[in-house]
Design a protein around this ligand. Sequence first.
Ligand code: IPM
Ligand code: MN
Length: 351
Amino acid sequence: MQEYKIAVIPGDGTGPEVVAEGLKVLGAVSSKFGFNYKTTNYDFGGERYLKTGEVLPKEAIAELTKFDAIYLGAIGHPQVKPGILEKGILLTLRFALDQYINLRPIKLYDSRFCPLKDKNPEDIDFVVVRENSEGIYKGMGEFKEKGTANEVATQISYNTRKGVERCIRYAFEYTRKRNKRKKLTLCGKTNVLTYAWDLWQRVFNEVAAEYQDIETDYAHVDATTMWFVKNPEWFDVIVTDNIFGDIITDLGAMIQGGMGIAAGGNINPEGVSMFEPIGGSAPKYTGKNVINPLAAICALSMLLNQIGQTQAAESVEKASIQVAREKLKALAAGKMGYSTSQVGDLVVKNL
Ligand code: IPM
Ligand code: MN
């Protein structure tokens, strides 16, 4: 019988607490659906860095490629200068494992959780496909005359034909498979960023011709943030570049009820993918058993989907929705009416 190999990186802050609940759910759902798995823990994160000075051991990447999936808690430590761990662990893994898609479902589970007036679960149910390997995140740029009055800092958005095309193709395929409204919106900035978004728009139009069953649309990124608030029901799937995707998905998380529920997947369709709650390490809630584990549990559901356990994935998502709807007072840390571990238990009970 097949045994899935899952690498677990609990990471910093509340990461270990929420990952523990995810693993509790994994244990329960695996016996229910009859599959085996083995987890291997990696202690990457702020504590390890402070102790050893090392962010990622050099053999880590090669080792991680041997797994079926990676389950990540959170990266970011209050005693470590911003950027070191984020770049050294999270971005390095995304790039080195060529996880070129960042998939972020924006789904409202209950009207009570939505900060927008008169919006219901049927209005907020879309997915952002964020390019995850290029753009501004590539790290290209330079200082000129650093520290002088004439200093110039450039930061380049690097977009390759191949990189853009594989992302757009993934988005069209995803829209077709999702089979909801079959609408794909390109979110860009063709009116100002006339190199990068010219390429994106051309590739989008070319690939669209192969997908006659998919309705296409375009929205500038600034307008997209407006529509997220005003008419989120217009969206089905959105495809965008790395930085725009980063920004709009935080707004997306808020309209679906906050960081307590927002999950994401860093996907290499041909390799190893990594799933995470997108809320970060939340230092002020660490160790208090108050953080909402549902984002991590929903990330687990995405992981299960990716490794082919689609029924288990669906069961975990349904149980999470039910717990959120029927039990939780709110999704925010400390306001759920239950502790972190109680929410994990409730999901297990509802599987
Ligand atoms: C995210 C985060 C990361 C990003 C940071 C922590 C590097 O904000 O996953 O959206 O910018 O991609
Ligand atoms: Mn972000």
